[in-house]
Design a protein around this ligand. Structure first.
Ligand code: ATP
Ligand code: NMN
Length: 285
């Protein structure tokens, strides 16, 4: 596979040296009757799993067979260290693991370090604005076969559990929800343990921009479970990309639980991870 490596590794970038990764971006439309689309997956990726990568492939198939979108690219945007969720490895490691995960396995996915390298937590609405700015303002959107330019639709790619949090009071501001779902839209991958109808019940005003994707082959892997396995010195082979496993071993990541990084925002998902897993692990089983 042509791995098409970036000019500068995402994990080596700083706020001062940042440049938008576009080494695999093909801003040329082949079907002008379709709307060009770029998918953005925001998350912890601590660590990256095969399901995080599969989400893009499932969404690409869904877009191809069920919508009038033409996918031109996909980005992983790891959250910054300021998120302080339990089990969150430092951003530089999560960026590198995401890069290692996509470099050898994909010819269209990229890792954008912009969100991860910020000193402050950046809400998802602003992350999507960053992509809008880079792709439509700086790069001028996509080129149609006749040479004219087309606006690229930016959309959030997420699992059903993330969408369910959109109905949980205090997690998302109304303004941000309206911005994300009203302006950009979202592709949602169903997830074991999350009732999709329940998750979408309060989001009906935005239903035209919410695309729900069934997992035809169910994969219930989560980063929480991977961290739990690693702490117990159990194998995670074939659950996450091999270069990511090597990187974790090399840097001694996830040897201890993330309890010390729990903050006051209820992000301590690992706090009760016992033999049968913590609260979040259990809900996804
Ligand atoms: N098995 C899965 N099925 C569907 N969506 C998933 C799955 N695993 C991760 N996702 C989605 O991937 C995105 C990034 O998630 P994140 O990095 O928080 O992964 P996670 O596995 O849920 O992590 P953690 O277990 O640490 O909370 C989220 O939108 C999440 O819903
Ligand atoms: N208000 C917000 O913008 C908001 C709220 C909750 C989660 N998120 C994002 O969702 C992603 C996944 O979060 P969790 O791992 O906490 O489920 C992260 O990228 C995070 O930034 C954003």
């Amino acid at each position: 596979m042509n791995t098409n490596l970036p000019m500068q590794s995402a994990s080596a970038q700083t706020i001062d040296t940042y440049s938008f990764p576009r080494h695999r971006l093909n801003l040329t439309q082949s079907d002008p009757s379709k709307t060009p689309l770029i998918l953005i997956a925001c998350g912890s990726f601590s660590p990256l799993t095969y399901l995080h990568l599969r989400m893009f492939e499932m969404a690409a198939d869904f877009a191809k067979f069920n919508t009038d979108f033409e996918i031109l690219g996909g980005y992983l945007s790891p959250v910054s260290s300021a998120y302080k969720k339990a089990g969150l490895a430092p951003a530089v490691h999560r960026l590198r693991m995401c890069e290692l995960g996509v470099d050898q396995t994909s010819n269209w996915l990229m890792v954008d370090p912009w969100e991860a390298i910020q000193n402050e937590y950046v809400p998802t609405a602003q992350v999507l604005d960053h992509f809008e700015e880079e792709i439509n303002k700086s790069l001028g959107g996509a080129e149609r076969p006749d040479g004219t330019r087309a606006h690229v639709q930016i959309a959030l790619l997420a699992g059903a559990d993330l969408i369910q949090t959109m109905s949980t009071p205090g997690v998302w501001s109304e303004k941000d929800l309206d911005h994300i779902l009203g302006r950009y839209g979202t592709f949602i991958i169903e997830r074991t343990g999350t009732d999709i109808d329940d998750a979408l019940a309060n989001l009906q005003p935005y239903k035209d921009k919410i695309y729900v994707i069934q997992q035809l082959i169910q994969n219930n892997v989560s980063s929480t479970k991977i961290r739990l396995f690693l702490r117990r010195e159990m194998s995670v082979q074939y659950l996450i990309p091999a270069p990511v496993i090597e990187y974790i071993e090399e840097h001694g990541l996830y040897e201890e639980d993330g309890a010390s990084s729990i903050d006051g925002r209820g992000k301590g998902k690992d706090a009760s991870a016992g033999p049968s897993g913590g609260e979040k692990t259990a809900s996804k089983s």
